[in-house]
Design a protein around this ligand. Structure first.
Ligand code: NDP
Length: 286
């Protein structure tokens, strides 16, 4: 029998602007190689005016799906065929998945975060303190609310943005959200179960910046999580660890987004360790 060749790889990728600094391609392709998948992930620089053509191009080439990063998370919706539950509530998509001949928009930001909590804390019934009200906070707040968190205090500097997230959660989920206008040092109440930094405070290169938070108000038993992937050990993570809290870092959230994306596209449960190692290697060289 002559050997049958197949030189056509399955395609996935990312559309963003600017794309150059996004390490997701290295993480995802490390997983594809590790699992022996003949799949590729192409990191594409796409301007807002070319987004529609990019999605049509992906359709024409039969891509299994793609990530969407800034500035396309909202604009991409009009080019897709439907939305998953949480993406519809957030009105933001960062992962399109081909189902049949349709592209369905999902949001893996919050789902990646939830996966990071697995085996550490179960959201149902928990009181949550969430710093920030931007894209990451919105994704995390909505997913935690859908997962059964009982209350979410949104602590944000800009009241308007905070109120918008409070409204989204209260109108679309059973959780009760409230706004705390963050103008001075915040003290976490003793009944809080999960405390999350979803602001950009502490992100490289501003690694010495910390939240205006009374670290003494964190107690052992609380879970303290951070979205900042680089550095993974922020001032908040180190302070919370010293207070005896259980910590969850932002690198885990990023890796878990990759795990979820790969599962959506390929059906394979990717090895998170391989992906985390790749990102650590990249950030070490920075
Ligand atoms: P946005 O710009 O949408 O939101 C930023 C948020 O941080 C706002 O709530 C803003 O408050 C707040 N903020 C920023 N600086 C300060 C400050 N000095 N004091 C008080 N509040 C501040 O960003 P995103 O939500 O998209 O991203 C936030 C962070 O999440 C980024 O660092 C990003 O790297 C990280 N991220 C991590 C992911 C992961 O997988 N680990 C995934 C997605 C994001 P205000 O409204 O008052 O301006």
């Amino acid at each position: 029998m002559p050997q049958e060749f197949n030189f056509v790889s399955q395609l996935t990728g990312s559309f963003s602007q600017s794309a150059a600094g996004n390490p997701t391609v290295a993480m995802i392709e490390a997983a594809y190689r590790h699992h022996g998948l003949d799949w590729r992930y192409i990191n594409c620089e796409v301007s807002p005016e070319n987004l529609g053509d990019a999605v049509r191009g992906a359709r024409a080439m039969g891509w299994a799906g793609f990530n969407c990063s800034l500035p396309h998370k909202v604009a991409v919706i009009e080019h897709l065929d439907g939305l998953g539950e949480s993406a519809a509530i957030m009105r933001a998509v960062n992962c399109a998945v081909r189902r049949g001949n349709k592209y369905i928009g999902e949001n893996t930001d919050g789902k990646g975060f939830l996966l990071s909590l697995e085996g550490i804390v179960d959201p149902p019934g928990k009181r949550v303190v969430l710093f920030g009200a931007g894209g990451a906070a919105r994704a995390i707040g909505v997913e935690l609310a859908l997962a059964g968190a009982s209350s979410i205090s949104i602590v944000n500097r800009t009241a308007g943005r905070g109120m918008e997230l409070v409204r989204v959660i209260n109108e679309n989920t059973p959780a009760k959200a409230e706004l705390v206008n963050w103008q001075s040092e915040y003290k976490v109440k003793p009944d809080a179960g999960i405390v999350i930094n979803a602001t950009s405070i502490g992100l490289y290169p501003n690694v010495h910046d910390g939240l205006d938070l009374d670290i003494e108000s964190l107690r052992p038993g609380m879970v303290v999580a951070n979205v900042i992937p680089n550095p993974s050990r922020t001032r908040l993570i180190e302070g919370a660890e010293a207070r005896g809290c259980t910590i969850v870092d932002g690198l885990g959230m990023l890796v878990n987004q990759g795990v979820i994306g790969i599962k959506y596209w390929t059906g394979v449960d990717a090895d998170a360790t391989v992906m985390r190692r790749k990102l650590e290697e990249i950030y070490r060289e920075q």
